[in-house]
Design a binder for this molecule. Structure first.
Ligand code: FPP
Length: 258
């Protein structure tokens, strides 16, 4: 049974975002079709969310389907969407019981209707939950999100007829799809690749990145705990010096917009 000291518990991340990579390679190494890897990847989601709850990490975001994944073969895409549907239908009761609020970022209109429907219904049914927060990035791409944010902001300015003196980050961040959730403190990527792949590019400005060699279906509770242990060893300086951090209770820049 892993425990963290009280001091370490305070250092644990509030928001862990995960790039669940390697399902295809995991399946291939077993001589199975790619969808077998995705199916086993979905099974893993519950154990990682449970571990996040156990260690009081209130926000978890999963990169489940990127805008670039739209270019995958049709059968793989539809298989993924069916897995998403099964997952949400199966998990709804426990999300309600455990007070988990589901959110989605990304363009849901680009998903098949059945997937869009189950995502929207799950978001609606869990919207009053306050204990934990699971966000699925679905048909999500950070560049598109930023372009949409610029467009929305520019529209507001045009309507107001007045150009503000300047634009600060909190104001712009309010036009991103992540406006209701804090920036990620820790980004985990499985399968050994050192890339962000168009995931939360601006929100990750000060995130710590942990790359696990494990493929996503093998990334279990123990691997998640290892990532947390690694994270609490890091000194987060937010652009300041070590001395400044050790002498001030609060960093000058916070990673948390809320
Ligand atoms: C990357 O592995 C994984 C994906 C593109 C999809 C991740 C999706 C799931 C685990 C299932 C849906 C999620 C939920 C939350 C229901 P890859 O296929 O790129 O692997 P490879 O790089 O080895 O080919």
């Amino acid at each position: 049974m892993t425990t963290f000291s009280e001091q370490d518990r305070e250092k644990l991340p509030k928001h862990v975002a995960i790039i669940m990579d390697g399902n295809g390679r995991w399946a291939r190494s077993r001589g199975k079709p790619r969808i077998f890897g995705h199916r086993n990847g979905v099974k893993n989601v519950r154990s990682v969310v449970n571990a996040a709850r156990e260690f009081n990490v209130p926000f978890v975001t999963l990169y489940a389907f990127s805008t670039e994944n739209q270019h995958r073969p049709e059968d793989e895409k539809s298989g993924l969407m069916r897995l998403l549907e099964e997952f949400l239908k199966r998990e709804l009761a426990s999300m309600l019981k455990d007070g988990i609020r589901l959110r989605a970022i990304g363009d849901l209109s680009g998903l098949p209707k059945f997937a869009q429907k189950v995502v929207e219904e799950s978001i609606e049914k869990t919207k009053h939950n306050k204990n934990w927060n699971l966000t699925l990035a679905l048909n999500y791409g950070s560049r598109q999100e930023v372009l949409n944010g610029i467009h929305a902001y520019a529209n507001k300015i045009l309507k107001s007829g007045k150009m503000p003196e300047n634009l600060d980050w909190p104001t712009f961040a309010n036009h991103l799809e992540t406006k209701d959730i804090p920036d990620p403190d820790l980004i985990i990527r499985t399968s050994g690749e050192f890339r962000l792949s168009n995931f939360l590019l601006l929100q990750a400005a000060y995130a710590e990145i942990f790359v696990s060699p494990l493929h996503w279906p093998d990334f279990n509770r123990e691997a998640f705990i290892e990532a947390l242990k690694n994270y609490i060893q890091r000194e987060r300086r937010f652009g300041q010096t070590s001395d400044q951090i050790s002498h001030s209770a609060q960093p000058l820049i916070s990673n948390n917009q809320l």
